[in-house]
Design a protein. Structure first.
Length: 79
């Protein structure tokens, strides 16, 4: 497993980090990421996210390229 870390700094950074997280898991950004990063025999999907600590798990799978539809396998946990 590999990780990519995104940090927000400066005034209102906590609020901005929460807005980014919301955009990622509920605002459509995941659709763009999945569509653009899937390909060459692999697909990407969000399989878990946690709003409390602002974490998201992307699962890489072998298979067909993305069709433009976000897999509905996300399990979102409440704050």
């Amino acid at each position: 497993m590999k990780s990519v870390r995104i940090e927000f700094a400066g005034p209102q950074s906590e609020a901005m980090a929460r807005r980014f997280f919301s955009y990622l898991v509920d605002g459509g950004l995941e659709d763009h990421l999945i569509q653009n990063l899937s390909g060459a025999g692999s697909t990407l999907e969000i399989t878990d996210s946690h709003a409390g600590d602002l974490t998201v798990l992307f699962q890489c799978r072998e298979g067909q390229e993305a069709t433009g539809k976000t897999p509905k396998t996300r399990r979102l946990r409440a704050l």
